[in-house]
Design a protein around this ligand. Structure first.
Ligand code: XLS
Ligand code: NI
Ligand code: NI
Length: 439
């Protein structure tokens, strides 16, 4: 390694609460065994390549603020230096996984053939780094939104040549993900939406997007990729309306097009908020629809109203999210990806360590709180009691369709039903949540 980027060379230690060191975990001990699995196995943390290694600190008003050695040019040598630094970061953080887009890891070759060759060479390089470090790939994905060819979308572009270019790019990325043993493949339709309905054919775009997703699913079966295919919903930004608006919208789309057995969802905290939902709502809905896959654990600044991609810092918010994940049985192939970036004044490489350590500690505390909420049992008990009537005779008859409207009307009249409202006990439930402590 050419230059020393970080101030430490040994992996971040677990110092426990009150530990003196700054670059140490206080709550996340990757090796701690909880319910028969290590915390690393429960949480399945992933560091994202794009925000941590590629984003230079730009915002809509200002240029780069970060100065990293590999920013000097877009050569293969710089791409390899960036990859080496990436794996140094993953290893220092003891992160079991990482995630990447093609465009994060390879220089743009100026055309399809050269970009593909660059990706292949970088896939070998990443494979070697994974081998020596033991870091695994949570998911790969294709960047179908940065290049100007995608200004009007990829799959939903009015020009079929753009669709074809995007499809060819996804093929290469899925192949690369499989070669690297990726456990998931994500599709985030960054520009699959519109700015104005005046130039948009919604029905045509829906058909195109469905065809695209079928192509990816067919290719996955053809090459025998065993990982999960995931769609990441987001309602807006960069466009004003996105086809993959939220969990409910994507679920409807998948069912309409016979894709519900092929795809699950990667749910991002900030995107849920932009769609007007709580993160835990999106997770719970995906769980109930059998579509839950993985999470991007990055929050928004709720005052600024856009996708600020910040590291999580609320134990309560993380607990509510992990509670829904645990209620559904925990992660399968998914994990906790930090699709999160530093603030643009945090220009020191060590800030990347502080950010992830804080995020991992917060998640670990949230996870432990969620576990205690489940183990405590009162919340689940009160929920069960609230619906208990449905396990009785009337509930069973109604659900099984044994009564039509005439029969129901007759029954209500004959029995003189006069149902009385009951308390939803929200404050009691919130107090129970508030009184269960992390330790
Ligand atoms: C953008 C998305 C993106 C995906 C991967 O808002 O969150 O980063 O996670 O393409
Ligand atoms: Ni996002
Ligand atoms: Ni994301």
């Amino acid at each position: 390694m050419a230059e020393k980027l970080f101030s430490i060379t040994e992996p971040v230690p677990y110092a426990g609460k009150g530990g003196g060191e700054e670059l140490a975990f206080r709550h996340y001990d990757p090796e701690e065994v909880v319910d028969g699995k290590t915390m690393a196995e429960h949480l399945r943390f992933a560091v994202c390549y794009w925000h941590s290694l590629c984003w230079p600190g730009t915002d809509p008003f200002g240029g780069p603020t970060f100065d990293r050695p590999w920013f000097k040019d877009d050569s293969m040598a710089s791409a390899k230096a960036k990859a080496d630094a990436a794996f140094e970061l993953f290893s220092l953080l003891r992160a079991p996984f990482f995630c990447f887009h093609d465009a994060d890891v390879r220089p743009d070759g100026g055309g399809f053939a050269q970009s593909r060759a660059n990706l292949e060479e970088m896939t070998d390089h990443l494979g070697a780094l994974m081998e020596t470090s033991g870091v695994k790939l949570l998911w790969g994905t294709a960047n179908l939104f940065t290049h100007r060819r995608y200004q009007a979308g990829a799959a939903t572009n009015p020009d079929p040549e753009v669709f074809a270019y995007a499809a060819a790019t996804v093929k290469d990325c899925l192949d690369a993900t499989m070669r690297l043993g990726g456990e998931n493949y994500v599709l985030w339709g960054g520009r699959e939406g519109y700015e104005t309905l005046l130039n948009t054919d919604l029905a045509a775009e829906e058909k195109q997007l469905a065809r695209f997703l079928h192509l990816v699913a067919e290719h996955r079966h053809k090459i025998g990729f065993k990982g999960q295919l995931l769609i990441e919903p987001k309602p807006q930004e960069p466009t004003k309306h996105q086809h993959d608006f939220d969990v409910a919208t994507v679920s409807g789309f998948l069912h309409r097009h016979g894709l519900d057995k092929e795809y699950k969802l990667n749910i991002e905290a900030g995107h849920a908020f932009l769609a007007g939902h709580g993160f835990e709502h999106e997770i719970a809905l995906a769980q109930s629809l059998g579509l839950f896959g993985s999470i991007d654990m990055n929050r928004n600044d709720l005052l600024s109203g856009w996708d600020t991609d910040q590291f999580p810092n609320s134990v309560a918010a993380c607990a509510l999210a992990y509670y829904e994940i645990l209620r559904g049985g925990g992660f399968g192939a998914g994990g906790t990806n930090f699709d999160a970036k530093l603030r643009r004044q945090s220009i020191a490489p060590d800030d990347l360590l502080h950010a992830h350590i804080g995020g991992m500690d917060t998640c670990a505390r949230g996870f432990k709180l969620a576990r205690r909420m489940l183990a405590d049992g009162r919340l689940e008990q009160l929920r069960r009691e609230r619906y208990a009537g449905w396990s009785g005779e009337l509930g069973a008859d109604l659900l099984a369709g044994r009564l039509d409207l005439d029969a129901i009307a007759k029954l209500v009249a004959e029995r003189g039903l006069d149902p009385q409202p009951k308390s939803g006990r929200q404050e009691l439930l919130e107090n129970i949540f508030g009184n269960i402590s992390v330790e």
